[in-house]
Design a binder for this molecule. Structure first.
Ligand code: ZN
Length: 636
């Protein structure tokens, strides 16, 4: 059986998930789902990188210790991926004890073989990058990534003899053109390797940084974060001798953004070589998403955070947009306008329309059941089948080469050909002539078949849409069990099986004339985004637990009850809860009261406080302590 192992970088937990992380992870998910579709046994790894002084700094700023901080951010990543329909098999953290053991094992092995040595080093150090720079690497004397001058620093440290592997690495990259893709990044690494490669400092003195993996041979030091992090790709699958490692490592493909090309293109292969196990198969490098900076989101009235657009415009539309818009390896632009444009033209108009008209006609002419092929295929039918075959072929050829946008273009050529096929065949005219029944059957059947092929082809990109389409076409098969060769084959729908039109796959986004984007649907999230108040302001509110001593209706009012509440002293309170509670429900119950609200008169009754209640749609429920507490207990 063929195997496929794909990894995202483990994301550094000094920032929350953003579109860059989302793209890398979605593109890895597409590759993974595509290989499943081809029948490969797959493994998909993502996770978080949690050591290093940047984490310590970020934790300090957040007022937490590094582990608590790492737990929190790692949790944010872990919660984000299911929302983007990411089917990873494992989530690794570099603070996992299993990972720590593997890192120490590899360090020891490389040390024993003589490729790690101890030496003093004086150089220019960028605090942001956590590494020393050579003069040559600086731009105008500044770190190119941080645009600030490095500081001079002298340290005794452990070094990895990376220079020893320079010749070998050049030769390997040159004789394996697909090892680093696309070619521009392969060239970038080769050009870097034209200069002498220096040894890599792989330790940090504990007096300076304690948050890391201790060196197994000298506990005064912790491991440099890259030497720790890169090893996740093998520790996660049971290096050195676990069954997953043996099974999947030979087919490992790494997916990264271009900012971390050097550690992956140079450090990692030489580390692997020194540790004495085989190299991964390929390193795949993508460009950056440029957000229209400073531009306001039309729907949100704030600067665009692309991930916030997912609940508004739909996950599959978002996934489609990212994969269709970016040419893998180059930078691309993200804008809400462009996203809406794609939704309306490609998704609502082309795909959505093809699907809904096909099912509507199946329902109208054949009672909603898949008709048989009623006539021999003519030239028009052949042409349509040709388009479908070509789309299948292009997807198979392009996705492994990272040509995601080309694969999608080809699928959309097939969709457009199918819409034209229906226009030209004119089922509505065929239906008027009983002699054309056989032809009508063939036309509708072909239209259904092409929808099924499209659904299978888009499954890696838009899994939930594919699932929805197949289900309505009467195909009962879990999405992970779809196989391209069987399930995209022409004629594989079953005659007589009922289909179900359902609602539109992608409703059009109406852009109002003013150019204003649609209002965000009223959701809880919007309500949460209220102005923040300070803790001081909150503490001005005196909130107390009380017990209801008396409760009675207020004459002529349908909403109000008069309560006497004991909060250490007795208070008369008017509460607007009569439609939800009767007086006898309340007597003896504990309630939570705002005790320092200005007194007010309601229906002639004075109220000295406010009873807190939760509003769940039309239902109202008073707030009460989880267990009984003394009347007058302060709530904060
Ligand atoms: Zn820097």
């Amino acid at each position: 059986m063929n195997h496929f192992y794909v990894t995202t970088p483990i994301y550094y937990v000094n920032a929350e998930p953003h579109i860059g992380h989302a793209y890398t992870t979605i593109v890895s998910d597409v590759l993974n789902r595509f290989h499943k579709l081809l029948g490969y046994k797959t493994f998909f790894l993502t996770g978080t990188d949690e050591h290093g002084d940047k984490i310590v700094q970020a934790a300090q700023e957040a007022g937490m210790d590094p582990k608590t901080y790492a737990d929190r951010i790692s949790g944010l990543f872990r919660e984000t991926w299911p929302k983007l329909n990411i089917g990873n098999d494992y989530f690794i953290r570099t603070t996992d004890p299993k990972h720590v053991r593997v890192v120490q094992g590899i360090l020891q092995k490389v040390r024993d073989s003589g490729d790690i040595y101890f030496s003093s080093y004086k150089g220019l150090y960028c605090i942001g990058c956590e590494r020393f720079y050579t003069e040559r690497e600086l731009v105008d004397g500044k770190c190119p990534d941080h645009d600030r001058e490095p500081v001079e620093r002298e340290e005794a440290n452990y070094f990895f003899r990376m220079s020893k592997y320079q010749g070998w690495l050049i030769e390997y990259i040159e004789s394996n053109p697909d090892f680093i893709r696309p070619e521009r990044y392969r060239n970038e690494v080769l050009s870097f390797l034209r200069e002498p490669l220096e040894d890599l400092c792989i330790s940090r003195p504990r007096e300076r940084l304690n948050w890391g993996i201790p060196l197994p041979f000298d506990d005064r030091y912790v491991t440099y974060v890259w030497f720790d992090a890169l090893i996740n790709y093998v520790s996660a699958i049971g290096y050195p001798d676990g069954p997953l490692f043996r099974e999947f490592w030979p087919s490992a493909h790494h997916m990264i953004a271009k900012d971390i090309l050097k550690p992956h293109g140079i450090y990692w292969p030489t580390m692997i070589r020194a540790a004495g196990f085989p190299l991964f198969r390929s390193l795949n490098v993508h460009g950056y998403w440029k957000i229209n900076e400073g531009k306001m989101s039309k729907s949100k009235g704030s600067v665009i955070r692309p991930l916030d657009l997912v609940p508004i415009y739909g996950l599959d539309a978002f996934r489609y947009f990212l994969l269709r818009e970016m040419v893998f390896g180059l930078d691309a632009n993200f804008s809400e306008e462009a996203l809406i444009q794609r939704i309306n033209s490609d998704l609502a108009n082309d795909l959505g329309n093809l699907f809904s008209r096909t099912l509507a006609m199946t329902s109208k002419y054949f009672g909603g059941n898949v008709p048989p092929f009623g006539s021999q295929p003519d030239a028009m039918d052949q042409e349509l089948m040709g388009h479908a075959r070509e789309a299948v072929q292009t997807v198979i050829e392009e996705i492994p080469k990272l040509g995601f946008h080309k694969a999608l273009i080809s699928i959309w050529e097939c969709i457009n050909a199918a819409n034209k096929y229906i226009d030209h065949a004119g089922p509505w005219n065929l239906a008027k002539d009983p002699a054309m029944k056989g032809r009508l059957q063939t036309v509708i059947r072909n239209a259904l078949e092409v929808n099924r092929t499209v659904a299978v082809l888009i499954a890696p990109f838009m899994p939930s849409t594919a699932e929805k389409m197949l289900e309505r076409l009467g195909v009962v098969k879990p999405i992970d069990e779809l196989r391209l060769n069987e399930d995209a084959a022409w004629g594989s729908l079953v005659e007589g099986v009922p289909v179900n039109k359902g609602e539109a796959l992608f409703p059009r986004i109406e852009v109002k004339e003013s150019g204003k984007m649609p209002e965000k649907p009223l959701g809880r999230k919007g309500e949460m985004e209220r102005e923040a108040i300070s803790i001081d302001m909150f503490q001005k509110i005196d909130i107390r637990v009380g017990i209801v001593k008396q409760a009675e209706r207020i004459p002529k009012s349908t909403k109000l009850l008069r309560l006497v509440v004991d909060i250490g002293e007795e208070r008369q309170v008017v509460a607007g809860i009569a439609q939800h509670y009767s007086p006898e429900d309340l007597t003896g119950k504990q309630v939570v009261l705002v005790a320092n609200l200005q007194p007010a008169k309601l229906m002639g009754v004075e109220s000295h406080g406010m009873v807190l209640a939760a509003h769940d749609g039309n239902v109202l429920r008073i707030v009460t302590p989880e267990q009984t507490v003394a009347p007058g207990a302060k709530v904060s």
